[in-house]
Structure formats: structure tokens, C-alpha cells
Design a protein around this ligand. Structure first.
Ligand code: UDP
Ligand code: MG
Length: 324
């Protein structure tokens, strides 16, 4: 006799924020793909990250006709990183696929991910071969960022990789142990390790709606990525301070000797000004770097919940705690 309980189970986790324009299309496309993958119990978990449009009611609509659809609505917009954590906390299946709602991550890849998962890979991530519909500047800054991040850490960073991936239970259990508030999930994926496998794909432009990540948000994400990953900037500013003091000391010797041997004509206002301004700049920069870390300590010590849940149709009701 067939025992459906023994089938491996998988949750498709969809963070969404004001995605009413694409949700229907996304859901159709996802269903089409899921039907072609036999032998797996699928659940959908939509995490509504405080959308101010009709996204949540559209998902509730899905849920009334489709028992596989579950949702979790955060009490406000917490950002994608925390929306993902909320999702991870509430996934009960053997694995999860994280996918954007805007069809930039083609659902068709899920079949391939599941294949690799069944071969024993624990983190099957989609790697972009090309990035259509993104400006030259966005590509260049993103490339430079990966290079900087990789150069300051021993952990291997997967370049050109987003959050679109399949994670095994082992990875999920690891990720939910990271409760830091300024999260950079991408860095965490690299940090946890496990058996990783890449799938190459061409990233399409958004099907509809607008990107929520402008340069300000991307810059914040990048700074979080580096400061949550490594204390190298602190060491660099210390090193820089050391070099500057060394040069200043040599220069000091030179002028003292000069004054002793040849007498002083008390000139040098421009060089004095240059040195003062330069040192002032270096000091402010180093203070800024230290401040960045002190700020993080401050935020972590507050020990606030990462997110709050407004409503949900998950079994067991709403746990407003924001914890696992
Ligand atoms: N998203 C979210 N909370 C936010 C911003 C975005 O849950 O505060 C979701 C969004 O709905 C989408 C995914 O994260 O499903 C990726 O966002 P977006 O497409 O705007 O980013 P991009 O693809 O431009 O990097
Ligand atoms: Mg997108």
C-alpha cells in the first residue's frame, strides 16, 4: 500500500512586498512547474512583508482554493532578509526552495534543484549567467562588491548568486540559529557550508512591478554584508593609521634635522595644512568604521525580535513572538 507520508516534502518559500502585479502569473507558472515534479509533497509559504497593496488578499484567495498554500503576514515591512528568516522559522518540511515572486527566478529551475537534492546535495543554488534588464552600473558595482567581500574573508563566497536556491533541512536548521538582526542572508548561505551545487541560469528582467532595491538599499545591504562577516575594516583602519604615523615620524625627523643643520625659515604652511587635513580625514574615516561596529553591537544588545507576525493560516495559529 502506498504511504504518502514517506514522500519527501518541500516548501516553496516566497517573500513578497507589493507584488500584486505579478502574483497571479507567478502562481500559475509555479503550479505548472510543480505538476511536472513527481514524488514530492509541495507546500507553498508566502511571506507577506507588510505589503500595502492587494498582495496578501490575492494569496488568501489562492489559499481558499488550494490547501497547499500557506501564508504568513509580517506586522510591517521588515525587509527581505527578515522575511526570509520568518519563512525559515516556519518551514516544517524536509527542504525549502527560496524564490522571488517577480518571476526573475524562473520556477522551471526547481525541477533541476530537486534532482540535485535527491542526489544528496544540500544547498543547490542558482547562479546567474547573465543579468538582463540590469544597468551596466548595477552589474559593475555588484562585481566589485563580490571581489571586495571575497578578499576580506576566508569563507568561499558564491558570486552572482541570489537567494534563489534549494536548502536541505540541515541548512535550514543551521540558518535559523543565526538570530543576528542586521542580516545578510547571502553571506550566511556561504558561511554555513554544506554540500553545495550551482545551477547556471539567465536572469530575466522583472515580469511586472518595480524593484524594491534602489542603490541606497543595496549599499546598506553591502555594508551589512561586510561588517556582519568580518572585522577586516577595523584592522585596515588600524594598519592605515600605523603607516601614516610611520611616514609622519620620518618626516618629523627630516624637518628637525633640517632645522638643526640648516636653520629654519618657518615656511611650510601649505604642507602643514595638507597634513592636518589628511590626518583629519583618516581619523574621521576610522571613527566611522568603528562607529559601524559599535552600532551593530548596540543593535544586537537590544536583542529585539527579528520580525513580528500579524496573521497567518499556518496550523498552530499565530505565534506573535517572532522566534522559531
Ligand atoms: N521583497 C521583500 N521585502 C522587501 C523587498 C523585497 O519581501 O522589503 C521581496 C520582493 O517582493 C521580491 C524579492 O524580495 O519577491 C526580491 O525583490 P526585488 O525583485 O524588488 O529585488 P531585485 O530582484 O531587484 O534584487
Ligand atoms: Mg526582482
Amino acid at each position: 500500500m502506498a504511504e504518502p507520508q514517506t514522500q519527501p516534502s518541500l516548501t516553496v518559500l516566497v517573500p513578497m512586498y507589493n507584488e500584486e502585479a505579478v502574483l497571479e502569473l507567478f502562481y500559475e507558472e509555479l503550479n505548472r512547474v510543480i505538476e511536472t515534479i513527481p514524488g514530492i509533497d509541495f507546500t507553498y509559504l508566502f511571506v507577506d512583508d507588510g505589503s500595502r497593496d492587494a498582495s496578501l488578499s490575492i494569496v488568501k484567495n489562492f489559499a481558499t482554493n488550494d490547501p497547499r498554500v500557506t501564508y504568513l503576514a509580517l506586522s510591517r515591512n521588515f525587509g527581505k532578509e527578515r522575511a526570509l528568516l520568518a519563512g525559515f522559522d516556519h518551514v516544517t518540511t524536509d527542504a525549502v526552495v527560496v524564490i522571488d515572486a517577480d518571476l526573475q527566478d524562473p520556477p522551471a529551475l526547481i525541477a533541476e534543484m530537486v534532482d540535485y537534492w535527491q542526489q544528496g546535495y544540500q544547498d543547490v543554488y542558482a547562479q546567474r549567467r547573465s543579468r538582463k534588464g540590469e544597468t551596466w552600473l548595477k552589474r559593475a558595482t555588484s562585481n566589485a562588491y563580490y571581489r571586495v567581500l571575497q578578499s576580506v574573508t576566508r569563507v568561499e563566497i558564491q558570486a552572482n548568486t541570489g537567494d534563489f536556491r534549494l536548502l536541505d533541512r540541515a541548512c535550514l536548521d543551521a540558518l535559523t540559529r543565526f538570530r543576528e538582526t542586521e542580516r545578510n542572508t547571502k553571506a550566511l548561505f556561504s558561511w554555513i557550508g554544506f554540500r553545495k551545487q550551482a545551477i547556471l541560469f539567465d536572469r530575466e528582467p522583472r515580469a511586472a512591478g518595480r524593484s524594491k532595491f534602489n542603490y541606497r538599499r543595496l549599499t546598506n545591504l553591502a555594508v551589512d554584508g561586510i561588517t556582519s562577516f568580518t572585522t577586516t575594516p577595523l584592522r585596515v583602519s588600524g594598519f592605515f593609521g600605523f603607516i601614516v604615523s610611520l611616514v609622519a615620524f620620518v618626516y618629523l625627523l627630516v624637518i628637525v634635522l633640517q632645522a638643526l643643520l640648516f636653520g629654519s625659515d618657518a615656511a611650510g604652511y601649505p604642507s602643514l595644512m595638507a597634513v592636518i587635513l589628511f590626518l583629519g580625514g583618516v581619523q574621521l574615516m576610522s571613527l566611522g568604521v568603528i562607529g559601524e561596529y559599535v552600532g551593530r553591537i548596540f543593535n544586537e544588545t537590544k536583542d529585539r525580535p527579528n520580525y513580528l507576525i500579524g496573521e497567518s493560516n499556518l496550523p498552530g495559529g499565530v505565534d506573535h513572538d517572532g522566534g522559531p
